[in-house]
Write a protein that binds this ligand. Structure first.
Ligand SMILES: Nc1ncnc2c1ncn2[C@@H]1O[C@H](COP(=O)(O)OP(=O)(O)OP(=O)(O)O)[C@@H](O)[C@H]1O
Length: 231
């Protein structure tokens, strides 16, 4: 479904991606792990269209996206939950969710029932301002907003960062539901190993702008894989 081939990316003279290839399939959770600064966010932002690759390509459902703007990628079914959530603090929860309507046809502009089933707190707090929610609730809101777009591919950048354990569990349950019941391809960047081990169908380890290992979640217990993750 998603195929990144030999992607390179530069910020001026600094190279953040050095030839990354990666696949993510429908009905699967694909994790990308790695220490701080190895290029995970750069890779996700290149996939969703916030950065233009220096070379290499991103294809989605067999179609090259390299000339598509982020808006067109969203319309083709790619949703992004950025690190730090980036919800609108002064808009209500409802308005934040509705901001996900932008790429949809008028007839599709409604909040799918599973958003409130997965995150009941969003239903209870619809009239509250986004900025008044806890960090964990804001993360649920950011995921809910992405789901409003009815994505085929959901890209999540460190959704557990700074979140309390009970909400991490809810987010894990939601991600599993999206894979199993909605058949969505989930691409998940994580630093939290246990979360990844529990959820991932496949893990990709990044180090200094490259994917250095691809394999099943059990590989995270191998010393030769763990060495890329310890500081
Ligand atoms: N806009 C930018 N301009 C210049 N350099 C950047 C920019 N964004 C990231 N970098 C650099 O690119 C490299 C990769 O950063 P990136 O944020 O992709 O890593 P990461 O693995 O997501 O890290 P983290 O886990 O801290 O989010 C780092 O050396 C970073 O300093």
């Amino acid at each position: 479904m998603l195929e990144v081939s030999d992607a390179t990316l530069h910020y001026g003279a600094a190279q953040a991606l050095r030839g990354v290839s990666l696949k993510a399939g429908a009905g699967k959770i694909t994790c990308v792990l790695g220490r701080n600064g190895v290029g995970k966010t750069s890779l996700m932002r290149s996939i969703v269209g916030h950065h233009r690759l220096t070379s290499g390509s991103v294809a989605f459902e067999g179609k090259a996206l390299d000339r598509s703007a982020a808006y067109d990628r969203a319309r083709s079914g790619i949703a992004f939950v950025p690190q730090g959530r980036e919800i609108f603090p002064l808009l209500t929860v409802r308005e934040n969710l509705e901001s996900g309507f932008a790429p949809l046809k008028r007839a599709d502009r409604n909040v799918p029932a599973h958003v409130f089933e997965l995150f009941p707190v969003l239903k209870q707090m619809q009239g509250r301002r986004g900025g008044d929610l806890s960090g964990g609730q804001q993360q649920q809101l950011a995921i809910g907003r992405a789901l409003v777009m009815r994505p085929k591919l959901l890209v999540l950048d460190e959704p557990t960062e700074g979140i309390q354990p009970s909400i991490i569990k809810d987010i894990g349950r939601a991600i599993r539901y999206l894979r199993d019941q909605a058949g969505i391809a989930v691409l998940l960047v994580e630093q939290y190993l246990d979360f990844c081990r529990e959820l991932a169908d496949e893990v990709n380890i990044m180090d200094r702008g490259l994917i250095v290992h691809t394999g099943p979640a059990e590989d995270l217990d191998r010393a030769d894989v763990r060495k890329f993750l310890t500081v």
